[in-house]
Ligand binder design. Structure first.
Ligand SMILES: [Fe+2]
Ligand SMILES: [Fe+2]
Length: 512
C-alpha cells in the first residue's frame, strides 16, 4: 500500500522538488505552504510522514510539530524538519518538538528520500509491534476475564456441591418431617432467592389428592384448603415430563389448566415433582425471585437437586415413622406381658414412660433422644419377666435371696432386648435405671456422669411412680411428699431431672 507524505515549505520550489521525487517513487503526496494550512492538510490527508520546514508563515514548524504530536499520540507519524539554519539549538528544538530527523538546506533530494524511506520503515515496524502488543494485552485481558469468570463459576459450583452435600446429609439425618420440610424451604429460599415456596404431599397412602404440607412467603391458610389431584391435573403432567414446569405458560387443559391457573393466581410460577421409586410423593411450587430477576439454568439445576434430596429425606422419614410404629406395637406387647405378671405394678410402665417422655421434652432433648427415653422407660422393667411371680407379688418383706433375684431385673431386661437392633439405644436405659449418682446402685455401680441422662430420667420417673403408687408393703405417698423425698436424695437422683419433674407437676401436666 502506498504511503502518504505531506510536504510543508513556504518555498514552492522545495515543495515541488520533493513531491515530484516522491511521486516518482510511488508515494502519494500533499503539500502546504504555511503553518495553518499544514495542519488543515494534516487532518484531511492523514499523512504517514511529514516533511516540515521550520520557518513558516503564521505558525512556525516547531508549533506545527507540537500540534502533530498532540494529535498523533502513538508517535506513528514521523516528522522530518528542514531548516536553512544549522545552529545545533534549532535542531535540539526540533527534536524536542517531536521531530524524528533534521535536514539542513541546501539538501540533496536523494538524502531526503533515503531518510523518508528509512523513517517510514521504522514507523511501520514500530506500529506493527505496538499493534501486536495491544493484541496480546487484549488477549491477556480477555484471558483474565475468562479466567476470572471460570474461577467464579467453579467457586459457585463447589459451593453448590457443598450446599447439596450438607443438605442431603441434613435431610438424611432429620427424622421429623416437619423439621425436614422447614430445612428444605430455607435451603431453596437461600440458594435461589425465592420469595414464595410451598410443598404439596400425599398425606395418606390412599388419598386421591395431594394437600399442603407447608409453605413460606404466602398465607398458608389459603393453601390448607387446596387439593391437587394425584392422577390427573398437573401431577400427571409433571410425572410425564419430570422437569420444572412453568405454571403461567404451560400449554395445558382440563384439570391441569384449572390447577395451573389457580396456583399461578396465588403467586406461584414454577412447579417440580418429588418422585420416589417412580411414584409421585409431592409437588414443590415456587414463586418468582425476590430480586425479580429471571431464574437461570443453573438455578433450576440447583432447585431440582435440592428437591431430589428432599424427596429422599421425606421417604426416609416416612419409613422411619413406619418402623417406629412397628417398634411401638412390639413394645406394647412386651409391656403387657410384664404387667400381666405383676399385679401391683399395673399401669406403672405406662406412667413411667409418660413421665420420662415429658421430662425429656421439658429438658429440651431432641426428637431422637426423646424416642430413646420413651422406649427405654416403657421397657425398663422388662427384666421382671425373668422374676418369679410369687416374689414380685409377695406382700411381706423379701429375703436376701429374693432381693438378689429382683435386683437382677435390669441386667436380665438389657439381655432380653440387646439383640433387637431398634432397641439398641434403649438398652442402656434398661440396664442402668437402678444406678445411683453415688455409685451405690446396681448392676454396674456407675457413678455421676457415667450414668446417661436417659437412665437418670428413667430412674427419677420410676422412683416417683413407685412412691406415689400403692405397693404390697406400703401405701402411696402424695406428690408433695414424694417430691421432697426425691429432693433430699441428691446422692441417688439427678436433682436437675427432679426439678424438671416438679415444673411439670406445677403446670398440671402430671397430676395426682
Ligand atoms: Fe426397675
Ligand atoms: Fe420400675
Amino acid at each position: 500500500m502506498s504511503k502518504n507524505v505531506l510536504v510543508v515549505d513556504d518555498d514552492p520550489n522545495v515543495v515541488e522538488i520533493i513531491t515530484e521525487s516522491l511521486k516518482n517513487k510511488g508515494y502519494e503526496t500533499d503539500s502546504a505552504y504555511d503553518g495553518i494550512a499544514a495542519m488543515e492538510r494534516y487532518d484531511s490527508f492523514k499523512p504517514d510522514l511529514v516533511v516540515l520546514d521550520v520557518a513558516l508563515p503564521f505558525r512556525d514548524g516547531f508549533r506545527v510539530c507540537d500540534e502533530i504530536r498532540a494529535r498523533d499520540v502513538n508517535n506513528d507519524v514521523p516528522v522530518i524538519m528542514i531548516s536553512g539554519n544549522s545552529i545545533p539549538d534549532r535542531m535540539l528544538m526540533g527534536f524536542n518538538s517531536g521531530a524524528q530527523d533534521f535536514i539542513r538546506k541546501p539538501f540533496s533530494v536523494k538524502e531526503v528520500l533515503a531518510k523518508i524511506d528509512n523513517l517510514l520503515a521504522q514507523a511501520d515496524g514500530k506500529k506493527n509491534l505496538r499493534e501486536q502488543k495491544e493484541f496480546l494485552e487484549d488477549e491477556i485481558q480477555k484471558g483474565q476475564a475468562d479466567y476470572k469468570r471460570i474461577n467464579r463459576e467453579i467457586k459457585k459450583k463447589v459451593l453448590d456441591l457443598k450446599t447439596l452435600f450438607s443438605l442431603s446429609q441434613d435431610l438424611n439425618r432429620l427424622r421429623d418431617p416437619e423439621e425436614l420440610i422447614h430445612v428444605f424451604f430455607l435451603t431453596v429460599i437461600g440458594q435461589l432467592g425465592v420469595g414464595t415456596i410451598s410443598l404439596f404431599c400425599v398425606e395418606n397412602e390412599g388419598d386421591p389428592y395431594l394437600s399442603c404440607a407447608g409453605g413460606k412467603g404466602l398465607r398458608t391458610g389459603i393453601l390448607q384448603t387446596v387439593r391437587l389431584q394425584r392422577e390427573t391435573g398437573i401431577a400427571k403432567l409433571l410425572m410425564k415430563k419430570h422437569d420444572v414446569m412453568e405454571l403461567g405458560r404451560a400449554r395445558v387443559w382440563g384439570e391441569a389448566e384449572r390447577e395451573a391457573t389457580f396456583l399461578h393466581n396465588l403467586g406461584f410460577r414454577y412447579c417440580y415433582p418429588l418422585v420416589m421409586n417412580s411414584v409421585l410423593t409431592g409437588i414443590v411450587l415456587i414463586g418468582g425471585k425476590i430480586s425479580r430477576q429471571p431464574y437461570t439454568r443453573n438455578d433450576f439445576e440447583m432447585f431440582k437437586s435440592i428437591c431430589t434430596s428432599a424427596a429422599t429425606g421425606l421417604e426416609n422419614s416416612r419409613l422411619y415413622a413406619e418402623l417406629q410404629s412397628t417398634y411401638l406395637s412390639t413394645i406394647k406387647v412386651l409391656v403387657s406381658t410384664i404387667e400381666a405378671k405383676d399385679a401391683y405394678t399395673r399401669g406403672h410402665t405406662d406412667r413411667v414412660a409418660r413421665y420420662a417422655r415429658l421430662i425429656a421434652e421439658e429438658m429440651g432433648m431432641s426428637k431422637e433422644e426423646r424416642d430413646t427415653v420413651s422406649f427405654g422407660a416403657a421397657l425398663h422393667d422388662i427384666g421382671k419377666l425373668g422374676v418369679y411371680e410369687n416374689i414380685l407379688n409377695k406382700p411381706g418383706e423379701l429375703t436376701e435371696i429374693e432381693w438378689e433375684v429382683v435386683r437382677s431385673h435390669p441386667e436380665v431386661g438389657a439381655n432380653i432386648i440387646k439383640n433387637m437392633k431398634f432397641l439398641e439405644s434403649a438398652c442402656d436405659l434398661v440396664r442402668h435405671h437402678h444406678e445411683r449418682l453415688d455409685g451405690k446402685g446396681y448392676p454396674d455401680g456407675l457413678k455421676g456422669d457415667e450414668i446417661s441422662i436417659g437412665a437418670r430420667i428413667v430412674a427419677v420417673a420410676d422412683s416417683f411412680d413407685a412412691m406415689t403408687s400403692n405397693r404390697p408393703y406400703r401405701m402411696a405417698h402424695d406428690y408433695s411428699d414424694a417430691i421432697s423425698q426425691l429432693r433430699r436424695q441428691g446422692e441417688k437422683f439427678d436433682l436437675d431431672v427432679v426439678e424438671n419433674l416438679v415444673k411439670l407437676i406445677e403446670r398440671g401436666e402430671i397430676q395426682e
